[in-house]
Design a protein around this ligand. Structure first.
Ligand code: KG4
Length: 339
């Protein structure tokens, strides 16, 4: 009999549901919330309300597109955290109700594990997946971590951000430039047209494999503030060069620690990236180049599986399901946690 898992993701501002059958993706539906654009960031209260409106239609659509009946489901995997608590409550409560109604088990998924395990989502039998152990650079709106993935459910953090995440650096600097939220994709597009060597921003000098992005954000802000004093159109005239220079600096910061981590772990032969910032063209290219130079096998995810999606929750849930790791109905979501 097949193992059919419904995945539910509601940790931030995307309501998503996906169906996976024996590890192969049948459907992945994502409803993004445009309501936050006007506020320059995610408004937690509005996110919870939008999840509440979206969750039933999104799950119904995922089941329909998968070509199955809800009675065929073997288990429900849902994101239990980390994330916005009001958003997580919607997905968690829905999973509890649905699993009780169908009489099937629930599997709680750590959102970060989902990003890391996204490489195991098979769209067909030709999908190439990493072998353990591999290294993963997890870069999203809330996290920047270098991880050794020892098994589906065993991960070791080598380094992580001590302040802002890489995605926050993109988004906060984009906001200073007056770009819409989330700014990461706008910076990516503008950077393609700009001169990446035009502006210099400060880079952190912290020991070990941890990251820091708050100094870069301040340096970016001060550069713009000073330039605007003599030229009110400075941002508009230089937006492509600013974006390209910012993107280059973020990539240099990311790669600097990644190179150190690889040098410290010669047993690692495969390098993966995951999380929303791994959609960035410059990041993808830089990691692929680095892997070519070091003869490492690179795993660069499809863009659909970089930002928040339920396919990654379903696949992470599938491996826990196969391992018999279920949760009880008294499970409560959590806002913060490490990998
Ligand atoms: O993984 P994700 O959807 O949410 C979290 O789990 O945090 O990541 C969202 C982040 C945002 O900061 C967004 O600006 C960034 O990913 N992002 C990008 C790109 N696409 C999404 N950053 C840079 N370039 C992109 N193309």
């Amino acid at each position: 009999m097949s193992d059919i898992i419904l995945g539910i993701e509601s940790s931030c501002d995307d309501t998503s549901a996906a169906v996976i059958c024996d590890g192969v993706l049948l459907s992945n539906v994502i409803a993004s919330q445009s309501v936050h654009e006007a506020y320059g960031g995610v408004v937690p209260e509005l996110a919870s309300r939008a999840h509440q409106q979206n969750i039933v239609p999104v799950v119904s659509e995922a089941i329909k597109r998968a070509g199955i009946d809800k009675k065929d489901l073997s288990a429900i995997a849902f994101t239990a955290g980390p994330g916005l608590i009001g958003s997580l409550l919607v997905g968690t409560s829905f999973a509890k109700g649905f699993s009780t109604a169908l009489g099937i088990p629930m599997v709680e998924v750590n959102h970060l594990h989902g990003h890391v395990l996204a490489h195991f989502i098979k769209e067909d039998d030709t999908t190439e997946v990493p072998h353990f152990p591999y290294m993963c650079l997890l870069i999203s709106g809330g996290n920047s971590q270098i991880i050794i993935v020892e098994d589906y459910n065993k991960m070791r953090i080598l380094g992580q951000t001590i302040d802002d995440a890489a995605g926050e650096a993109f988004d906060k600097c984009a906001k200073v430039m007056g770009l819409p939220y989330p700014g990461g994709p706008y910076i990516d597009r503008l950077a393609a047209e700009g001169d990446a060597s035009r502006f210099k921003f400060s880079k952190p000098h912290i020991p070990g494999l941890d990251y820091s992005f708050s100094g870069l954000k301040t340096s970016f802000l001060y550069t713009l503030r000073d330039a605007l004093k003599s030229d009110a159109d400075f941002i508009e005239k230089n937006k492509a060069d600013l974006a390209a220079s910012l993107q280059r600096t973020i990539i240099e910061i990311l790669l600097d620690k990644l190179k150190k981590a690889v040098a410290l772990h010669p047993e690692i032969k495969q390098l993966a990236i995951g999380g929303g910032v791994s959609a960035n063209s410059g990041v993808r290219e830089a990691v692929a180049d680095f892997c070519r130079q070091r003869h490492l096998k690179a795993f660069i995810p499809k863009r659909t599986f970089t930002t928040d999606n339920a396919a990654m929750v379903a696949i992470a849930g599938y491996f826990k399901y196969k391992d018999g790791q279920f949760c009880d109905l008294d499970i409560a979501p959590f806002a913060r946690v490490e990998v």
